[in-house]
Ligand binder design. Structure first.
Ligand code: PXG
Length: 447
């Protein structure tokens, strides 16, 4: 009986029960939903027509802004022309075009592009390519993976194993074995209120030497890190840190993987953070901004030599036993090509770079507001740490996010008591001011 009435209720379009929301407190949400019905450019619109400024580019993905006409038109054209084509043993023309365009944006000999559908899949793909690469070269003993504390690499078992967020790991069993973690690079005492890359912290890369010495270099496959940790509150790499990781990896034959799911496609003022830092990884994960968030897509760019290592054996034989039904989906490729056109035609990466100082000043102006413990900025991203309420960690951050939406018409991101701001790269100087004015009022409201 209960079952019948429940399914009848679920058929009502305004019923909120059936949908189990991801990474969301479901009960609080369903009591006071935040529903976004439409979007255009820098704004969302609620069902009742309220314009809400997007201070987070969707979820760090809508880098060209929302509902851009060329992207929407490209998706519509593609859906009418070729909705889907088999992804294994067959391919469609736009997949090659997009791979070439992505490769052209990548530094060094990062050239071969493997497509998947999300950042989590990109990470699992990169970890698997790393393990298989050593295997096909006769170094199958290299099985250890090294991540970093406070790292976020999505929610696959590979990603949470190398990731460093306790809540994302502790409920899910033993995870992958043979994983170690570098220390996080953030230390408030040394780095508080830094714009861009902190001066302090490069030496923490040397911890890699210690971990490698413990296990023996010949057992270590790869190191994966975000050049800027986004999810855990915008933690840019300290000056010189990535260089040092690169040197240590080279010394021991370990692959270096950059997870650029957030930093890719302009967030730090370049196509990829690898370019900003002048450090080329062996594998680079991307997602989000590749389609400006309009269709799910992710991927991994591999250095030439990694791909080459697999190209052996009989030509009719599969070289890498990995892939997804929707690898290089036609709609995603069409959206990706249109997004890359927009990034190029509107100089959006360059625009992010030019706006970085304006953005950093506007963020830092919040210093001194009640409860603000630290502010970090890099590119068009800012993290603002608020003091937790006694005995209620996360409550103040949640209240600030909710206040920003309900009373200030602004979407921002929270992780615990840390606020994150990362608007679409089309944001104007005036809108940067507007965003941080709204954030300031939200911070005061939850003081
Ligand atoms: N790697 C990194 C570096 C990410 O930031 C993923 C992998 C996983 O991507 P998918 O597409 O599987 O979600 C991410 C995702 C936040 C937030 O806390 C960050 C992400 C996603 C949602 C919220 O601000 N990053």
């Amino acid at each position: 009986m209960a079952q019948i009435s429940r399914s009848a209720a679920a058929r009502q379009t305004n019923d909120l029960d059936a949908f189990w929301l991801p990474f969301t407190p479901n009960r609080a949400f369903k009591r006071a939903p935040r529903l976004l019905a439409r979007a255009k450019g820098m704004h969302y619109f609620t069902a009742d027509g309220r314009a809400v400024l997007d201070g987070l580019a969707g979820l760090w993905c809508s880098n060209a802004g929302h509902n851009r006409d060329p992207i929407a038109a490209a998706i519509a054209r593609q859906a009418a022309e070729l909705d889907y084509s088999a992804a294994f043993h067959f391919a469609h023309p736009k997949s090659f075009e997009l791979a070439s365009r992505v490769a052209a944006l990548a530094p060094g000999d990062l050239y071969r592009v493997f497509f998947c559908n999300s950042g989590s899949e990109a990470v699992d793909t990169a970890l698997k390519i790393a393990l298989a690469y050593h295997n096909v070269r006769g170094e199958g003993a290299r099985t250890r993976l090294i991540g970093r504390e406070r790292g976020y690499h999505g929610v696959g078992f590979g990603g949470i194993s190398v990731g460093g967020i306790v809540s994302n790991r502790k409920f899910f069993g033993t995870l992958l074995t043979g994983v170690d973690h570098l220390p996080a690079t953030y230390d408030r005492e040394q780095q508080a209120f830094t714009k861009g890359e902190p001066e302090w912290g490069a030496h923490l890369a040397d911890e890699l030497d210690r971990i490698v010495a413990l296990h023996g270099p010949s057992t270590v496959a790869a190191v994966i890190i975000e050049p800027m940790a986004g999810s855990t509150g915008v933690l840019p790499a300290p000056k010189g840190y990535l260089d040092r990781l690169r040197t240590i990896c080279d010394r021991h034959g370990i692959l270096l993987i950059f997870d650029e799911v957030i930093t890719g496609f302009g967030r730090l003022g370049h196509a990829f953070a690898a370019e900003r830092y002048g450090v080329t990884p062996d594998l680079l994960c991307f997602a989000k901004g590749i389609t400006s968030g309009a269709v799910p897509m992710g991927g991994v760019i591999a250095r030439e030599g990694i791909y080459d290592a697999f190209m052996r054996g009989p030509e009719h034989a599969i070289e890498l036993f990995h892939g997804y039904t929707y690898s290089a989906h036609p709609l995603a490729c069409a959206a990706g090509l249109a997004a890359l056109d927009l990034y190029r035609d509107e100089n959006l990466f360059e625009r992010a770079k030019k706006l970085e100082p304006v953005f950093a000043d506007a963020a830092m102006a919040l210093k001194g507001l009640p409860g603000v413990l630290d502010i970090r900025t890099v590119g068009l991203a800012a993290g603002i740490d608020l003091a937790p309420r006694p005995d209620a960690p996360g409550e103040r951050g949640y209240a600030a996010m909710d206040h920003a939406f309900q009373d200030e018409d602004l979407v921002i991101r929270i992780t615990g008591d840390t606020l994150a701001v990362a608007p679409p790269l089309i944001v104007s100087e005036a809108q940067i001011g507007e965003i941080f004015d709204k954030v300031a009022r939200a911070i005061r409201a939850v003081a």
